[in-house]
Design a protein around this ligand. Sequence first.
Ligand code: CTP
Length: 405
Amino acid sequence: MSLFRRKKILLGISGGIAAYKTPELVRAFIKEGAEVRVVMTPASKDFVTPLTLATVSQNPVYSSLIAEDHDNPTWNNHVELALWADYFLIAPATSNTLSSMAHARCNNIVLATYLSSQCPVFVAPAMDLDMFSHPANQKNLDILSKNDVIVLPTEKGFLASGIDGKGRMPEPTDILTYMENHISKTFPLFGKKVVLTAGPTYEPIDPVRFIGNNSSGKMGFELAKRAAELGANVILISGPSAINITNTSVKRLSVVTADQMFENAKLHFEDADIFIASAAVADFKPETYASQKIKKRTAFNQINLVPTPDILAHLGSIKKNQFLLGFALETENELENASQKLKKKNLDAIVLNSLNDAYAGFEGDQNKITYIQSNKAPLLFELKSKTEVAIDIFDQILEAREKLS
Ligand code: CTP
């Protein structure tokens, strides 16, 4: 899933020849699922028209501080626009615009919006080779960097002057890649590996029958999505589940049995930073597997069961620095049983799901949890959607990890 999905991108355009590439830039963001609004300096309108940008962005475009309606002059609210944005990109950023930004000059709507902005601001400088390397411009870029503006690199190539050199604005897709790389590094789980088990396991009796349970996998999949949103590389070891996951940071490993889940968990545990066992693993499996369908006429009234490996207990016994979180599904003495599981399986935390709560449970979209850590009072949460529960759980994990580092 793209990092720009559902994000609000404000594009500021200043008057350089590279402005002709901005409709493509708008398109590239929209293709990634972003909403785009555009502000332009008056000079930029010589290179690209507001109509083109309004058409591709499907939003009104502002190029002056006052709406250009002589009978009904109104103020184009740059403050509102600035606060609306998740990310503000100024591309191309000319020498004039960069200098004005560095010195808080405010004579057009792009500059006014920049000075009101609260979100991360990116600039893509674009100018001629010698202009770009001029100490005055380099000084301004330095001031902007110190003011937390993220300066995208310029590219070497054919410039409007005919000279071949450094100063070109990168191609639209490269701008998105630069931004993505920068943004993802600011995520709390950037570069971390999160491994999860989810869903049920099926323990086969014969080719058509199995022992299983009602787990939908929803909670585990929501946790996997949240981990990816926080910047982690995610391995989701899932038993049979109808849920699809399309996030490119989540690698799904589909398994059927507890033994298969165990093998994959062991493989990915060693270099994991966080391991979450949310699967409803079958505790028992048939001692033998009938390779042909057991016929009705067979005298068959008993299945001998043997225990499956306790994946979480094993991982707890070999744990080093991994943060290990388990789930507990209880119907009686809930807090006590869950706290015992926390100790017995050597966990950092355990999430108690109670089957006694109406609406919460295996198949529903909601859950009501209690988050338990050793030497701390249990945290009780309200009944919430599983998406919100996943956010709560990761908030707790991040808080605990912060204290450790
Ligand atoms: N778990 C596991 N492997 C198993 C059984 C459970 O990894 N074979 C994990 C689950 O994913 C969960 C935790 O252990 O995170 C607790 O599961 P739960 O079913 O509540 O408890 P059990 O350990 O199976 O104990 P009991 O059935 O006695 O409550």
